[in-house]
Ligand binder design. Structure first.
Ligand code: AMP
Ligand code: MG
Length: 421
């Protein structure tokens, strides 16, 4: 029998609140040592290991920001004035001499201003016949000149250490002549997928078997966030096989993540194995979805490789990975720990729920007619239904004590959208 969305849970109030769990995880970890030098184009999503300084001013010369004419004119030009045209400056082909007072040249966008030039007249304001230039319309105060150090002054810091590199960082570094940079080593992540019932997608299912999906989802999630899984194994719920896999992954990786087998059922071996092979820092979260969760260390007398035992239910695995694994990986890589941005939204419709645990509900973001932000919660929020993650824009933070919520209720939500630049 399925339980209705509004029925209370048959569990005691137990487990670590998410904030406290995140605090404990981050307090237990240190950034990894190591870095490598990469060509700029390969550095997207990596973390800078040291500051990058401009070697020269950029653009390095005063440039026109309009197609038009450059003048040497001590005073603001008046309508009806005219000037002799003495040459031309194009991008890559500067006018080679100093402009004398009263002289003008043709100039194109991005081309260097000759010495002596005081302003550019956009071509829309003038008439020119190749020999002379006349001002037809009033000019404003804008000289239409880009400063020689508009993008950067020589020696200026272009980028600090510990920045996750986006397209704008890379583009700006290229514009300042930087061709390669030193980035921090990526954490090696070992992924252990557990479950007797799992078969790979693409193969036929026997009775009671399901297609394995956590591996696919988690690898893709980490890739999306600029992180990679170094090794991935699928292992049945057998203690000997799990023990061997955990030890091997712990020896070869900076961090080990498992999914499944971390509850208190007969085939849930992860927590006892973590206790046997290392240490359990905490077990169980006060969170829905995501109650079964273990954090600790593998090997080295309990001080070894950090270990995250994620739940088996796919939505719970994805959400706890976002909440706890992602900040841990950011810290290990030496990047700023950046939780998802939070914003206040209003429920677009009534929401039936049984109070019990704080919940992270998947929702779509809509903008109402007056610009108000609305959260649309659609379909079942069961932690087994991956469909609830598809197209989700928000994780709605619903406090434990709240029961059924009326449309219009204001809640905090985490934004599931990537930065572009
Ligand atoms: P467990 O915590 O191992 O009892 O798993 C909880 C639920 O998630 C069970 O219904 C499992 O069949 C399911 N599950 C566990 N691992 C996976 C996986 N890798 N892919 C898809 N479903 C899974
Ligand atoms: Mg299992």
């Amino acid at each position: 029998m399925s339980t209705s969305a509004a029925s209370p849970e048959p569990y005691p109030r137990e487990g670590l609140p998410l904030e406290e769990a995140r605090r404990q995880v981050l307090a237990a970890l240190m950034p990894l040592a190591g870095s490598e030098r990469l060509p700029l184009q390969q550095a997207l999503g990596r973390v800078s290991a040291e500051p990058v300084l401009a070697t020269e001013a950029v653009p390095g010369f005063r440039a026109s920001i309009m197609d038009g004419y450059a003048l040497a004119a001590a005073s603001v030009p008046q309508v009806g004035h005219s000037w002799p045209l003495v040459g031309r400056s194009a991008p890559g082909a500067p006018y080679p001499r100093t402009l004398a007072e009263g002289e003008a040249i043709r100039i194109l966008t991005g081309a260097p201003l000759p010495e002596g030039a005081t302003r550019v007249l956009p071509q829309e304001l003038v008439a020119a016949d190749g020999e002379r230039l006349s001002l037809m319309r009033e000019v404003g105060p804008n000289p239409w000149i880009r400063a020689a150090d508009e993008e950067a002054a020589a020696g200026q810091e272009l980028l600090g250490a510990g920045v996750r590199l986006g397209p704008a960082d890379l583009g700006r570094l290229a514009s300042c002549g930087v061709a390669e940079l030193v980035v921090r080593r990526r954490p090696r992540v070992g992924l252990l997928i557990t479950g007797d019932e799992l078969v790979p997608a693409g193969s036929a299912r026997g009775p009671g078997q399901i297609w394995e999906s956590n591996g696919t989802l988690l690898v893709a999630l980490l890739e999306r966030l600029g992180l990679a899984v170094a090794e991935r194994r699928v292992v049945a719920d057998q203690p000997a096989a799990l023990r061997a896999a955990l030890l091997e992954l712990a020896a070869g990786c900076d961090l080990v993540v498992s999914t499944g087998g971390v509850s208190a059922g007969d085939s849930d071996w992860i927590r006892p194995l973590l206790a046997e092979l290392g240490s359990v820092a905490f077990w169980k979260l006060f969170l829905k979805p995501g109650r079964p969760f273990a954090f600790g260390r593998l090997g080295d007398g309990g001080a070894g490789t950090p270990f995250f035992g994620l739940p088996g239910n796919p939505v719970a695995a994805a959400i706890t990975a976002l909440q706890l694994l992602l900040p841990a990986l950011q810290l290990l890589e030496g990047a700023p720990v950046q939780p998802l941005p939070r914003l206040k939204v209003r429920l677009a419709a009534d929401l039936k729920r049984g109070s019990g645990r704080p919940e992270l509900a998947r929702a779509r973001l809509q903008v109402g007619p007056d610009g108000e932000l609305l959260a649309l919660v659609g379909g079942s929020q069961a932690s087994s239904r991956i469909g609830s993650l598809q197209g989700a824009d928000l994780l709605l933070e619903i406090p434990a004590e709240l029961g059924t919520l009326a449309a219009g209720t204001e809640l905090w939500a985490q934004l599931l959208r990537l930065p572009i630049f």
